[in-house]
Design a protein around this ligand. Structure first.
Ligand SMILES: C[S@@+](CC[C@H](N)C(=O)[O-])C[C@H]1O[C@@H](n2cnc3c(N)ncnc32)[C@H](O)[C@@H]1O
Length: 227
């Protein structure tokens, strides 16, 4: 599926995303706690943050709340997602800015102390992910932290299949049509393994690359820019 078709899917999903995501992604809230624990900055640090594929801004808001001096750029290709982000989080005022664009092609700025990306990078193929990791490396400050939470494959095809079955059971138990969602996943998503992606991050120049959390086919991983 091409990017325009994927964007159209997200334009439509924007309106019920905030409720839906908890029924589709296991331990979604727990992932936010892990991400916060992994950011060693002082709570009052004046950090510049990029949220790539920010959607309705759930992760941006978690960071803006935890770091009252932080400024976040919520970057996303779907206009409706950003409109909802703006409506839900206008209370953050100028600390939250929005930009519509495709992170694979468009400029998303530089000088970031922290980059987060939730459930978005898996729309790029292997070459696209590697290119993005290089672009991110050059957009971040020394000491900057990159944290990616995404859907991933297992280290072997058998593990991937096992994780995907368990993921479907999770969606079904929440009243979702797991067969329909799984079909969309097969059409829209191009997940890579944690093993591949951590290798690509190290190749792009990131240090302290690692996988910090994992549950089935969901993981939080990343690295830091050497000082
Ligand atoms: C599943 S939502 C994730 C929202 C939020 N980050 C979260 O963790 O819940 C994925 C978002 O990534 C955006 N996205 C996917 N590929 C993108 C790209 N190449 N450039 C910009 N945004 C992209 C979609 O528009 C969508 O809003």
């Amino acid at each position: 599926m091409n990017l325009d078709a994927i964007r159209e899917q997200f334009e439509q999903r924007a309106f019920n995303y905030d409720g839906l995501i908890f029924r589709l992604i296991p331990r979604y809230r727990e992932q936010h706690d892990v991400i916060l624990h992994l950011i060693p900055s002082e709570t009052n640090a004046n950090i510049k943050v990029l949220d790539l594929g920010a959607g309705t801004g759930i992760l941006s808001a978690v960071l803006l709340s935890a770091f009252p001096q932080a400024k976040v750029l919520a970057f996303d290709m779907a206009e409706n997602m950003l409109k909802i982000c703006q409506t839900n989080f206008s209370a953050f005022g100028e600390r939250l800015t929005l930009q519509q664009g495709n992170f694979a092609e468009d400029d998303f700025g530089s000088g970031y102390d922290l980059v987060v990306s939730g459930l978005a990078i898996h729309h790029l193929d292997s070459a696209g992910k590697q290119e993005l990791f290089h672009k991110l490396f050059h957009s971040m400050n020394p000491g900057g932290i990159l944290l990616i939470r995404d859907i991933v494959t297992g280290a072997t095809p058998r593990l991937t299949e096992q994780y995907e079955q368990l993921w479907r059971q999770y969606m079904k138990a929440n009243g979702e049509d797991d067969a329909a969602w799984f079909q969309k996943y097969l059409e829209e998503d191009i997940p890579s393994s944690v093993e591949e992606q951590t290798k690509w991050l190290a190749e792009a120049g990131f240090a302290d690359v690692g996988c910090h959390w994992r549950y089935l086919n969901f993981a939080i991983f990343g690295g830091v820019i050497p000082r």
